[in-house]
Each structure stands twice: as C-alpha cells, then as structure tokens.
Design a protein around this ligand. Structure first.
Ligand SMILES: *[C@@H]1O[C@H](CO)[C@@H](O)[C@H](O)[C@H]1NC(C)=O
Ligand SMILES: *[C@@H]1O[C@H](CO)[C@@H](O)[C@H](O)[C@H]1NC(C)=O
Length: 456
C-alpha cells in the first residue's frame, strides 16, 4: 500500500522545494513509519586530565542519545574513563562539558574503558565481531541490520590520515575498510559519522565513497586543526571542543524531528569560526531529519536545556576561549602560571613551559634529520619539512607505512601528540616519490634518542 502511494506521488511529481524527489521520499520515510532501529558508537580516543574535553564531549553525546530515547543496549561507549574520578577533579564523579554546565557522566555505559580502548577493539565493535571481543569489556558490538541506522561519534587528537587512541593510532584506511565492510554486510540502512579531531577531513577525503549511504561531518578540513574551548579555571583544563560543543548545544535546543542533517551542518559550519566544518560521503542523506540519527523521542518529553545566548564571537564563551587543539597543553600551562600563588609554583610552571617548548623543537629536529637522511640533501629536507609545503595524500600505502615507522621507531604518536604535527613531512616525501622503506631505514638510523617525557 505504501509503495503504491509513493508511486502515485512520483507520478504526479511531488517534491519538496529545494530537494530532489529522491530526497523528498527519504524524508517522508523519515517522518512517517520509521523502520529499523538506531544504534550508536561513541569513542573518545584520549586519556589524561589535559584531554578532559574529549571524554566530556562523548559523555554529552551519550546524554543526548539517552534523552532522545535510544536504549543503552544499542549505544556502545568506548572511553578511557580516567576523568570523573581523576585526582585533579574538584567534583569527583562528575564531568561537565561547559562552564557551570550539568553533569554529563551519570549513566554513561562503560563498555570499553582503560586498556580496552584500542583501534582493534573499535574496529571489531564496528564490524559486529562479538567473537573477537569475547571477554573484553562489556563485549557489546554493533548488532545492526540492513534496516537500521548507525550513528558514530569519534573525538580525539588526529593528524593527516589518522586518528589517535590512548596507546596507538587508527589509520584512515582501516576506518574506511570497516565502513565498507559494514555496508557490504548489511549492517545499516544509513550511517552518519561525526568526527572531531585535527585534520579530520583527511579521514574522508578521497576515501569515503559517496554511494554507500554514509554521511560524515568533520570538525575541520583535511589540513586544519580542530579547536578546544571553554577553559575552566577551577579544573585547569578545557571542557569541550568547538565543533562538538556547537553540534551538541544546537542539538540540545532543536526539535530534532524538524531539523535536517543538512540544516545542522550549515548551522554548525557557520558557528564554528575556528575551522571549516565539512561534510562527506552521500550528501543526499543531508535531507534526513536529525532525529533519525540521535533518537526519535517526542521532543516535548525531553527536558529543556538552556543554551548560552550567542551574539558575537567576542562574547561567545566557547569561541572566545578557543585554542587550536595542539596548543591546548600550552594554554593549560599558561593558565596554571597565571594562577600560581607562590614564587615556587610560578617557577615550576615556567619550567614546564620551557621544557615543553624545547621538547617540541627536538621533535621537529628529529623529523628534519629523518627527512635529510631520506633525501640525502639538506636543502630538500628543509623544503619537505616546510609547513607551507602541503600535498593532499594520494600515496596512501607509502604514507601509512611511513607513519607507522615514525610511530614505532621515533615517537609514539599516541603518547606524544605533538609528534603528529610533523607528519606532513612524510606526506611530502611520499608524494615526491620517496618510499616507506627509505623512511623506515632512516628512522632506524636517526631515532636513537634516549626515552624522554611525553611531548604534548
Ligand atoms: C589496518 O589495515 C592493515 C592493512 O589492511 C592491517 O594490516 C592492520 O592490521 C589493520 N589495523 C587494524 C587495527 O585493524
Ligand atoms: C567570553 O564571553 C563570556 C560570556 O559572554 C564573558 O563573560 C567573558 O568575559 C568573555 N571572555 C573573554 C576573554 O572575552
């Protein structure tokens, strides 16, 4: 009966203004009978008090799904879980995602925490590999089928073509392969993925196909930083990230049955002035209502959450405290220095800032030496490591293997987030025809420095 009705509509050419007919039909499906279930995977890839904001973002995302009626059985949360009861938390057991905001930690399922937060486990969750996760965490995996919708939210540090985890990195190709596997194995009807990380666009550019019913938003273009915000003087850390804060604070006040993904994308893209929010994959899905991916609960039954009034960048408390994510550790040290009361404390924080700055220089120098070893030419090395010399990644095999070599031989990219800032040199080497074998040989020869403290 329904298809007969739709066929008539097609014949009389009914289409909603601004959308193609196909989009209108998808919309009607969204508004009318909602087939299938919504599943969600939420991932915070970092740990440590410096990175409070990533887990806060993901907890907030959980609260949204929960409030909108998605049961815990269909929400899988992966986060280190070292924030709520961290010794630096002045409000033990509570996490907030904006200044004086509500607690977002209560009720968050602890499916995979601590050492279980790994790229392997994340990919197994996506592939629905329950066998592979037997005895690990809650063992919960995506159990979605061909009529279901899947929402994925990933928040952490990133770099060209990769996303960080507490001890390791996830390569963009592995993420793409998992999404293709899900598509080919009937694990969803439609999939939406929101990613907050530096260079997050590079996880999708030239990788996410536009014909697998998957739609992605990235906090930044393939070449931009993502931004942290809401420096909290009591907690001495940032409480959120600009893209995450903007999409979730929008979600908190919208009627999700009326707002489309496209509308949310446009709104967030306008509000995030620090980086360029981009969309990828099957853009046609933008016509879908947000409720289909964040929960269908009747909006009148959801408690209203006040939003900060937004007038301008200057008095928007997120934007006016924003900082490029790689600069967040320095921002935190500087806040500590400002608040230090004794001379001893002031000296301590000054030394921390100096040490961090020196160690960052050392990372840059090591990369320069690796590149000089590969090219055998100092001038070329300076050219390849120049921050203004940028390519899109096309030689993925070379790049991924080179990153792996640098990660394993020189600086663990998960423990030394600053080391992700110099990977562009490896993109350049690959794009100029050097090989990952040359990079591997060079890293083995050059990276013989003694262990050093994490380079944040
Ligand atoms: C990523 O993909 C590569 C190549 O297919 C594979 O060797 C590696 O094990 C994968 N990594 C993870 C974490 O699955
Ligand atoms: C940022 O905006 C908030 C709220 O409008 C305001 O109270 C605060 O003083 C502003 N901070 C800066 C650094 O401008």
């Amino acid at each position: 009966m329904r298809w007969f009705f739709l066929t008539i509509l097609v014949l009389v050419g009914v289409g909603v203004q601004g959308y193609t007919l196909e989009e209108s039909l998808l919309e009607m499906e969204g508004d009318g009978e909602v087939r299938g279930d919504l599943w969600a995977v939420l991932l915070a890839g970092s740990n440590g008090w410096f990175n409070y904001r990533h887990q806060a973002d993901v907890c907030h995302a959980y609260q949204i799904l929960h409030a909108h009626g998605v049961p815990d059985e269909r929400i899988i949360v992966m986060m280190y879980d070292d924030i709520a009861y961290n010794e630096q938390n002045p409000t033990p057991g509570k996490i907030i995602n904006r200044p004086r905001g509500p607690d977002v930690y209560h009720g968050v399922p602890k499916d995979y925490t601590g050492e279980d937060v790994t790229p392997e486990n994340f990919l197994k969750v996506l592939r629905g590999d329950a066998e592979g996760l037997r005895g690990v965490g809650s063992g919960k995996v995506l159990g979605s089928g061909p009529n279901d919708r899947v929402f994925i939210n990933m928040v952490d540090h990133g770099a060209p073509g990769l996303f960080a985890f507490p001890d390791d990195i996830l390569h963009a190709e592995n993420l793409t392969n998992a999404l293709l596997y899900m598509h080919n194995n009937g694990m969803y009807n439609q999939l939406v993925i929101y990613v907050e990380s530096c260079e997050s666009g590079s996880l999708f550019q030239r990788l996410l196909p536009s014909d697998i019913e998957a739609y992605a938003l990235s906090a930044s273009s393939p070449r931009q930083h993502s931004y942290a915000c809401y420096m909290d003087d009591e907690r001495m850390t940032y409480l959120g990230d600009v893209f995450s804060v903007k999409w979730m604070e929008d979600t908190d006040v919208e009627n999700l049955h009326k707002e489309t993904l496209k509308k949310q994308f446009e709104l967030v893209r306008q509000e995030v002035t620090t980086s360029t929010v981009m969309h990828w994959g099957e853009l046609r899905l933008g016509g879908q209502k947000v409720a289909r991916f964040l929960g269908n609960q009747d909006p009148s039954s959801i408690p209203q959450i006040q939003r900060f009034p937004m007038r301008s960048t200057e008095d928007d408390p997120c934007l006016n405290s924003s900082i490029a994510s790689p600069d967040a550790p320095l921002g935190i040290y500087k806040a500590q220095l400002r608040h230090a009361k004794t001379l001893g404390a002031k000296r301590y924080w000054k030394e921390q800032i100096e040490a961090l700055t020196m160690n960052r220089l050392l990372v840059k120098l090591m990369m320069w030496k690796v590149v000089a070893e590969v090219t055998g030419d100092r001038e070329k090395a300076s050219q390849m490591t120049s921050s203004s010399h940028i390519h899109d990644i096309s030689r993925w095999g070379c790049y991924t293997a080179s990153v792996r070599a640098f990660h394993e031989q020189c600086f663990n990219l998960a423990h030394n987030p600053y080391a992700t800032r110099v990977l562009n040199s490896l993109v350049n080497l690959c794009e100029h025809g050097y090989t990952s074998d040359q990079v591997l040989a060079a890293t083995k020869k050059i990276c013989i420095h003694p262990p050093m403290p994490p380079v944040l």
